[in-house]
Structure formats: structure tokens, C-alpha cells
Design a protein around this ligand. Structure first.
Ligand code: KG4
Ligand code: ZN
Length: 355
């Protein structure tokens, strides 16, 4: 079953052609256009600018994804695909509407069923994409149930228990800022380019781990919730204090980055492993833009490899290009999770959470 998938929930316009083969997903094409350079100038996403760029990119990106997958179509003949998958939420309403309305039109024109996909499940299902999965040891091609899935992106931080593709329990999420949002807001304080996650990771490599110890909220809380806004406040307090006397030296900025990355990593790893132990899972899945962070990946690997009782848990992390927003992950989720529906039944839902 070949699926054309489209992702337009934020500032990336993605289209991909994917196919399920057994228990994993083959990606035939994966095209992304981004308006990130525009938002980098303003230090954050301007929803109206993101939507305008979605309008500009969406049709060319879809055409390119079909072309790269070797699928032709003309004004009178539809492409040879079985269904079209579309992100219908959560996200920015303007951006979502561009994708959803474009795809409703194509679905009607080409007479193809539509598969509405929750963007958050898209992130998780990036872990089923073939040849992109990094494993701790071994042989297993796809994640094994039961599993714990951690989503860490610019808008979300969530932990889920999945006993199967349909038996899913949300365990907890952030009470305020998402992990990626914390990286980006702290980056702004430090005058780093947007999005700040990759830059903070780069600077943290030369930062001293002992100079700053930032708070790790809810670290030992019984729940699986997260909170990152206090971290931003702690950094602001530190930066204000330091800037009273002088400009921030580059080494001090690197030290702050190291302290921030260590605090976020510590919380994410501790909570995820606690859930993995409590539910006796076979796999842990990382996903979302923040899971591109090497320190985070390595911390998980190290602990899983060294703690004897956890050595059988397999760690899955998507290739970096499938961590940040893309359409292949939306196609992957569509292959496992949903039936196609008529275009009348699909509408953008910016507030969508876990269904
Ligand atoms: O998943 P994503 O592309 O978009 C959302 O759905 O939100 O995630 C973007 C987020 C941004 O906050 C960005 O700073 C963060 O992922 N990010 C990183 C890294 N690469 C991207 N955070 C930490 N380290 C990275 N290497
Ligand atoms: Zn995302």
C-alpha cells in the first residue's frame, strides 16, 4: 500500500511517499521546504508568515515528492497511490488549514481516501521507518510492545505507554513549557539563533559541567509530568546577575548551555527510564526534534547498556532527519494506525492532543 503523506502543521512543508512492508516503512521520497530562515530573523515563529509560506510551498513539494518516487500524474490521470495521509493537528491553525484544504481538494479530484494523522503519533512512528533505526545491540527491525514512547519537540513533551498499535495510555506531559521550547527560550536569553536546540548542543560540548547546576523540576515526583519553565527562570536570574558586572564571555555562555542541556537530559532520561521499569517494557522510543540531541541519545544508550536489569530493553531513535517535522513520519503513522475516510470527514484541529 503506497501512501502520499503531507505535513504542514508548523513552519515545515513536507510531502513523502511511503509504503508499509511487513512491520516497517520504506520511504520512496521525503521532501521538505521550510520557512525557518524567516522565523530565525524574528527569533520565533510568526504564525501568519508560516501559513503564507505553506501556501507557496505546498503544491510544488507534493509534485516533487511524487516525482522523486517515480509516480506520474497528469491533469486527467491521478497518481498511482492508494491513499493520502494528512496531519490534521495539533499545530498552527493557518498552517494546518493550508495542508488540510489542499489535500481535501486532491482527495476529491483523484478519488483517493484520506487518512487523518495526529502529528504527535507521526513523531512516534518515525521509529518504524526502515533503515533509519539505531539500535542498542541487535537484530530487531521494529519496536517491540509493550513500549514507552517519549515525544520531545518544540511544542510537546509527552510520555506514553503503548501495549499495541491501538492500546495506548498517556502517562504524562509537560505542565508548562516543552523541552524544545525551553531550549529555544533560553537560547533567546543568550542571544543564540533560533531554533536554539542545535546551537546549545554545540556550545555545551565545550561547557564546564560544574559551573552551573540548574533545577530539575519534578525529577522525583511520583507522576510522569514534566516542567521546564522554572529552568528558563533560573537561567534568566543567573544571566541578569552575571550581566550586572560585565558582558557574558563566550565560555560562560557555553557553561550555561552545558548546565541547561544536562538539566533537561537528566529529567527526560530519569522519567522515561522510571516508566520503562514500572511497566516492564521491551522498547523505548525517542522522537521529536529534541531527540536529535546526541547527548540525550547517548545518555539513554549508556544507562541501558550499563544497568543490568535494563539491558534487554531496546532503544529506538529515528535518523535525525526524521526527528524534526517531516511527512514520512506522518505516512508511517497512517500505515499502522488509521483507515482511510472520505474527504468530507477531515478538518484541521489545532487543539488536537491524544485521541
Ligand atoms: O519536532 P520539531 O521539529 O517541531 C515540533 O513539532 O515542535 O522540534 C523542534 C524543536 C525545537 O525546539 C528545536 O530547538 C529542537 O527541536 N531541537 C533540538 C535539537 N535539534 C532540534 N533540541 C536540542 N538539541 C538538538 N540537537
Ligand atoms: Zn513536530
Amino acid at each position: 500500500m503506497k501512501i502520499l503523506a503531507i505535513e504542514t502543521s508548523c513552519d515545515e512543508t513536507g510531502a513523502a511517499v511511503v509504503e508499509r512492508q511487513g512491520d516497517s516503512i520504506t520511504v520512496h521520497s521525503n521532501v521538505i521546504a521550510t520557512s525557518m530562515h524567516i522565523h530565525a530573523q524574528t527569533g520565533g515563529i510568526i504564525p501568519e508568515a508560516a501559513a503564507r509560506n505553506q501556501i507557496q510551498y505546498v503544491v510544488p513539494v507534493i509534485a516533487e515528492a511524487l516525482d522523486k518516487a517515480g509516480i506520474s500524474f497528469t491533469k486527467t490521470t491521478a497518481p498511482d497511490i492508494d491513499a493520502i495521509a494528512i496531519t490534521y493537528g495539533p499545530g498552527l491553525i493557518g498552517s494546518l488549514l493550508v495542508g488540510v484544504e489542499t489535500i481535501r481538494t486532491l482527495s476529491f479530484l483523484w478519488n483517493k481516501p484520506l487518512i487523518p494523522v495526529n502529528h504527535l503519533f507521526g513523531h512516534i512512528y518515525a521509529n518504524w521507518i526502515k533503515d533509519t533505526i539505531q539500535r542498542t545491540t541487535q537484530d530487531t527491525l521494529s519496536p517491540l510492545f509493550p513500549l514507552i514512547a517519549l515525544i520531545v519537540s518544540g511544542g510537546h513533551t509527552d510520555l506514553l505507554l503503548m501495549k499495541s498499535h491501538t492500546d495506548i495510555t498517556w502517562l504524562g506531559g509537560t505542565r508548562d513549557d516543552a523541552a524544545g521550547e525551553a531550549f529555544d527560550k533560553i537560547g533567546r536569553l543568550l542571544q543564540l539563533p533560533y531554533p536554539a536546540g542545535p546551537k546549545i548542543e554545540e556550545l555545551a560540548k565545550v561547557g564546564d559541567p560544574k559551573t552551573f547546576h540548574f533545577p530539575r523540576p519534578l525529577l522525583h515526583d511520583a507522576e510522569y509530568d514534566f516542567s521546564f519553565s522554572g529552568l528558563k527562570t533560573a537561567v534568566l536570574r543567573e544571566v541578569t546577575k552575571l550581566q550586572k558586572d560585565k558582558q557574558l564571555e563566550p565560555q560562560l555562555i557555553a557553561d550555561i548551555c552545558r548546565g541547561v542541556q544536562d538539566a533537561i537530559t537528566d529529567v527526560l532520561v530519569t522519567k522515561t527510564l522510571k516508566a520503562a521499569e514500572a511497566y516492564n517494557v521491551k522498547s523505548i522510543l525517542l522522537s521529536g526534534g529534541v531527540s536529535a540531541n546526541e547527548t540525550l541519545r547517548n545518555s539513554f544508550r549508556e544507562i541501558l547498556n550499563t544497568k543490568y536489569h535494563m539491558q534487554n530493553i531496546k532503544l529506538f531513535v529515528p535518523q535525525k532527519s526524521f526527528c524534526t517535522d517531516n511527512a514520512a513520519m506522518i505516512g508511517a503513522a497512517a500505515c499502522f494506525r488509521s483507515e482511510g475516510v472520505d474527504w468530507h470527514h477531515v478538518a484541521a484541529n489545532p487543539e488536537l492532543y491524544f485521541d
